[in-house]
Write a protein that binds this ligand. Structure first.
Ligand SMILES: Nc1ncnc2c1ncn2[C@@H]1O[C@H](COP(=O)(O)OP(=O)(O)OP(=O)(O)O)[C@@H](O)[C@H]1O
Ligand SMILES: [Mg+2]
Length: 257
């Protein structure tokens, strides 16, 4: 279980996380939804210890990530698979080296074992035989899938996905959703995904949490969220331009300007 307690983070006086609380149940996929810029990526980076909070705690398996030193964080991160928003591949390395990166750098695994893990991970994301290519030779969607292959290569207990379906076509997006569900069923991972793609959220989530003004303002099963009466959550999930979130913003005026 991951417990996020009273987490605060500001940048230049702008409060991005404002006493945020969230429980992520073990073995479940929790999807965090929220508008662009609301702090979803910042929240993920706190879970994996890439950012330090101004206050608050992130408890994973009974230990506070915010108090760990770099050495403890490195050990912890080996339990995580993270799919970064922009895939974040190493441009100068081959796909093989990218996918096998953690195994090569942080374990004593032999060549045969690494070969097998890289091959299996690439096959799982539907990419075979591209080990020798460089990231620059791939499309955006392929890079995303390579990022996913890298994230699952170490068979992590916890998966973090930052916008897994953004920037790829709907069919590939759906394939990625299926893959996330399959990984969840096969590997029994605890997963946190952030997205503003509601189709993806409904498909992969056991639990959906909505982030707004630095806090989690609603948490429930996909059905509970679909049927919520909260006007802020309703506006977001239905994608309406008029509602409490955009109160005071005159879109017609902006469009005519
Ligand atoms: N390293 C940083 N330094 C300064 N400000 C930052 C930093 N990282 C994030 N921010 C700010 O924090 C806010 C939240 O950013 P974040 O990337 O978490 O948004 P997001 O919800 O992931 O958005 P999107 O859906 O577009 O990815 C933004 O206002 C951003 O400018
Ligand atoms: Mg983001």
């Amino acid at each position: 279980m991951i417990e996020i307690i009273n987490l605060c983070k500001s940048f230049d006086g702008h409060k991005v996380l404002d006493n945020l609380n969230l429980t992520i149940n073990s073995g479940e996929t929790t999807v965090i939804i929220g508008r662009s810029g609301c702090g979803k990526s910042v929240l993920l980076k706190h879970i994996i210890g890439l950012m330090r909070p101004d206050c608050g705690q992130v408890i994973i398996d009974g230990r506070d990530v915010t108090k760990m030193d770099e050495k403890e964080l490195s050990a912890l991160r080996l339990k995580f698979g993270m799919l970064f928003q922009g895939a974040a591949l190493f441009d100068s390395m081959s796909i093989y080296e990218n996918v096998g990166f953690n195994l090569i750098e942080h374990t004593n695994a032999g060549k045969a074992e690494i070969d097998r893990a890289v091959k299996e991970s690439l096959a799982l994301v539907g990419l075979k035989g591209i080990e020798e290519k460089k990231p620059a030779e791939l499309s955006g969607g392929m890079k995303k899938r390579v990022g996913l292959a890298r994230a699952i290569c170490m068979r992590p207990h916890i998966m973090l996905y930052d916008e897994p379906t953004t920037g790829i076509d709907p069919i590939m997006g759906d394939a990625i959703n299926d893959l996330i569900v399959e990984l969840h069923n096969k590997l029994k991972v605890t997963a946190v995904a952030v997205t503003h793609d509601m189709t993806s959220a409904y498909k992969i989530a056991d639990r959906i949490a909505m982030m707004y003004n630095g806090k989690i303002i609603a948490r429930g099963t996909p059905d509970e969220i679909k049927n919520t009466k909260d006007p802020v959550v309703r506006q977001f999930i239905t994608g309406a331009s008029k509602g409490p979130i955009t109160e005071g913003i005159d879109f017609e005026h902006l469009l005519n300007a």
